[in-house]
Design a protein around this ligand. Sequence first.
Ligand SMILES: *[C@@H]1O[C@H](CO)[C@@H](O)[C@H](O)[C@H]1NC(C)=O
Ligand SMILES: *[C@@H]1O[C@H](CO)[C@@H](O)[C@H](O)[C@H]1NC(C)=O
Ligand SMILES: *[C@@H]1O[C@H](CO)[C@@H](O)[C@H](O)[C@H]1NC(C)=O
Ligand SMILES: [Mg+2]
Length: 251
Amino acid sequence: MASPLLKLLIVVVVGAACSSAGAAASYRQPLCYSWRFNVEVNNVRDWTVVPEACESYVASYMSGDAYQEDSREALQQALSFAYLVFNSSSSASSPAFSYNAWVLDIDETSLSNAPYYAEHRFGVEAYNDTLFNAWISEAAAPALPATLNLFNTLKNLGFSVFFLTGRSEDKRNATIANLLNAGYSGWEGLILRQSEDAGVTAVLYKSGKRKALEDLGYFIVGNVGDQWSDLSGYSVGSRVFKLPNPMYYVA
Ligand SMILES: *[C@@H]1O[C@H](CO)[C@@H](O)[C@H](O)[C@H]1NC(C)=O
Ligand SMILES: *[C@@H]1O[C@H](CO)[C@@H](O)[C@H](O)[C@H]1NC(C)=O
Ligand SMILES: *[C@@H]1O[C@H](CO)[C@@H](O)[C@H](O)[C@H]1NC(C)=O
Ligand SMILES: [Mg+2]
């Protein structure tokens, strides 16, 4: 049995680590799982870099099976929901069914930038716009396999699939090239930030674009992203599906 003093110590140590998301040094390895869990459920917000003490934890999560398994499980739920909607739709075989839409985010959802982040300490290094844009222009990001599988199933069932990304319009060609390289084809639309969207938060930008789809007559069935800012706000869709991302945070 732990002595009262030991219990107090545990409370103090854990409390200190958990109350200071920005103070990277306070994280010890066993707490990195808790940090990641609380990132995923949106308790830990507005962090700018992965705590340095969690670099090897995040690296092994991203590079091992866990990331792929978590993604597969999340999108297995999305697939089940897609089938549920498809099976219960009286118009499933008519063109009207295509007004049922899914919205997919791109980075860390449809495409994986893990190869880039592997070169940048899996998010311990501060985000560098110049370097990341150079990576985007290579159009070399692989698909997240679970998302490509979902995409192809959605397409075969007759849903319209829209990509909605925080990337800006000047990245359109590189983004199209990358999506095609990664195996995606046959999407209904690719929505990027326009000049008038500059400075708008991700939540409001994405909400506005989803609302515009609804105004065109689409019904948003599912919405898939790796950030809560992909999945919150308004016009979020009937169900949202959160993919893991312990490498960076987008408000
Ligand atoms: C939908 O229908 C397919 C084929 O008929 C079936 O395999 C699947 O289990 C059904 N799924 C749901 C969620 O109803
Ligand atoms: C981003 O990376 C480039 C190339 O290494 C470097 O010159 C630049 O200073 C970096 N920018 C920031 C803000 O660190
Ligand atoms: C994008 O691709 C289109 C069609 O291939 C081309 O006409 C256009 O110039 C390209 N834009 C940029 C910014 O490279
Ligand atoms: Mg993303």
